[in-house]
Write a protein that binds this ligand. Structure first.
Ligand code: DQA
Length: 165
């Protein structure tokens, strides 16, 4: 695929057991996701952000992905994470929290990314309050996983891994 083939170096070896570099994926959690486990457990579960990230790293190993997880409560910092990913990641998993519904800066930062991304929401935002149904990312054509709790992140990583094959 174009993601793997753009990374040079290992292809030229004579060995038949060439391992191409794995895809680099940034997993970006936004505002209030540090409160997982403390915040509305009926909606978001009992487990913490650290529990989530531990699972994400385990799924990444299974899928042979190089994953880095980040979280912030500052919109500008989240935009900065996306800017960093422009040159450094082959794919993104984004859960911007409530920013999803109004933060155009995040949509505009992601627009030039040009590589696959998946929007993830733990809860089923299409079947909650009306204001959660709208996403600023909707027109950018990424995949979307909602309402599956932590396993939504696994599904997102799988979707990205499949695009690399
Ligand atoms: C969320 C859904 C958003 O509406 C909410 O503001 C969040 C979390 C989710 O993962 O379900 O903070 O993105």
């Amino acid at each position: 695929s174009r993601y793997r083939s753009t990374t040079s170096g290992l292809r030229s070896t004579a060995s038949s057991a060439v391992r191409l570099p794995s895809m680099r994926i940034d997993v970006l959690n936004g505002v209030n996701l540090n409160l997982l486990g403390k915040r509305d457990p009926a909606t978001y579960g009992e487990e913490s952000l650290q529990d989530l990230e531990t699972q994400v790293y385990a799924w990444a190993r299974e899928l042979d992905l190089q994953v880095r997880c980040r979280q912030t409560n500052h919109e500008g910092e989240y935009v900065g994470f996306i800017h960093h990913a422009l040159g450094a990641a082959d794919g993104l998993v984004l859960n911007p929290g409530a920013w999803t519904h109004y933060a155009w800066s995040i949509r505009d930062a992601l627009e030039p990314f040009g590589r696959p991304f998946v929007e993830v929401h733990l809860s089923d935002i299409d079947n909650r309050e009306e204001w959660r149904r709208f996403s600023v990312l909707a027109d950018l054509g990424g995949a979307r996983v909602v309402g599956k709790g932590f396993t939504g992140y696994r599904d997102a990583l799988r979707l990205l891994a499949e695009q690399a094959e």
